[in-house]
Ligand binder design. Structure first.
Ligand SMILES: O=P(O)(O)OC[C@H]1O[C@H](OP(=O)(O)OP(=O)(O)O)[C@H](O)[C@@H]1O
Ligand SMILES: O=c1cc[nH]c(=O)[nH]1
Ligand SMILES: [Mg+2]
Length: 207
C-alpha cells in the first residue's frame, strides 16, 4: 500500500525543498518539519487503550498509546534528519541505523553500517529515507530489518519515483510506503525528476 500525503502544508514544504535556491539550513529544517507531518500520517493506526485518569475536573477514561512499542530506523545519511525529528514525537522509541550509500556507477546500494535495537522483532518499525529512487537502498534496508526479525515495517519517504515503489512492492509487498509525492521518473543517473537533487548533500552541505 502506498499513502501519498497530499496535505497542502506537506506539498508547500516539499516545493520549498525542491527549490534550488533553498539553502542548507532551511532545507534541513523543512526536511525535519515534513518528517513530523509524515509521521502523523504513518502513525495514524497506532493502537490506543482507554486509560483511567483524573482531569482537574473529573475522573474518566482517555486514550493512551498501547500495543507494540516503536523503533525508528534511519538509512544513513539522509534518513537521520527524519528520525531525529520524529523521535521528538515518540520519545520512547528506540532508534536504529543502517548505513548505505548508492554506488554512483552501478546504482547498487553498498552497506557499511548496521546497528538495530536488539528487540526489533517486538517493535513496529518506521524506516526513514527521504528519497526512494531505484528502490535498491530501501529494499536492502528492509532485507536487513527482516533478517533481524522485524515483523511490521513502514517505509517513510519524502519523495519517490515509480521505479522505487515498484521495487518495494515486488520485494516486500507487505511494507506500507508513506510519501509526500511521487515524481514521474528517474534520469540516466538514477536521480528523481524533477525531484529535489541529492538529499544527503543538501541536508549536510556536502556539495
Ligand atoms: O533508491 P535508491 O536508488 O537506492 O536511491 C536512494 C538512496 O540514495 C540516497 O542516498 P545516497 O546513496 O546518496 O547516500 P547518502 O544518504 O549517504 O548521501 C538516498 O538518501 C537513498 O538512500
Ligand atoms: O534523486 C535522488 C536519487 C537518489 N538520491 C537522492 O538523494 N536523490
Ligand atoms: Mg543513502
Amino acid at each position: 500500500m502506498v499513502t501519498v500525503v497530499s496535505h497542502p502544508l506537506v506539498q508547500h514544504k516539499l516545493s520549498l525543498m525542491r527549490d534550488v535556491q533553498t539553502g542548507v539550513k532551511e532545507f534541513r529544517e523543512l526536511a525535519a518539519e515534513l518528517s513530523l507531518l509524515l509521521a502523523y500520517e504513518a502513525m495514524r493506526d497506532l493502537e490506543t487503550v482507554p486509560t483511567r485518569l483524573h482531569t482537574p475536573i473529573e475522573e474518566g477514561e482517555f486514550p493512551m498509546l498501547s500495543g507494540k512499542k516503536l523503533a525508528l530506523v534511519a538509512i544513513l545519511r539522509a534518513g537521520l534528519v527524519m528520525t531525529d525529528a520524529i523521535v521528538q514525537l515518540v520519545p520512547a522509541a528506540k532508534v536504529g541505523h543502517i548505513g548505505l550509500y548508492r554506488d554512483p556507477a552501478t546504482l547498487q546500494p553498498v552497506a557499511y553500517y548496521n546497528k538495530l535495537p536488539t528487540d526489533i522483532a517486538e517493535r513496529r518499525v518506521f524506516l526513514t529515507d527521504p528519497m526512494l529512487a531505484t528502490g535498491g537502498s530501501a529494499s536492502a534496508a528492509i532485507g536487513f530489518l527482516k533478517e533481524a526479525g522485524a515483523q511490521t515495517i513502514k517505509l517513510m519517504c519524502i519523495l519517490a519515483a515509480p521505479e522505487g515503489i515498484a521495487v518495494i512492492q515486488r520485494d516486500h509487498p507487505e511494507v506500507e510506503i508513506v510519501v509526500a509525492a511521487i515524481d514521474p521518473r528517474l534520469n540516466d543517473h538514477g536521480y528523481i525528476v524533477p525531484g529535489l537533487g541529492d538529499a544527503g548533500d543538501r541536508i549536510y552541505g556536502t556539495k
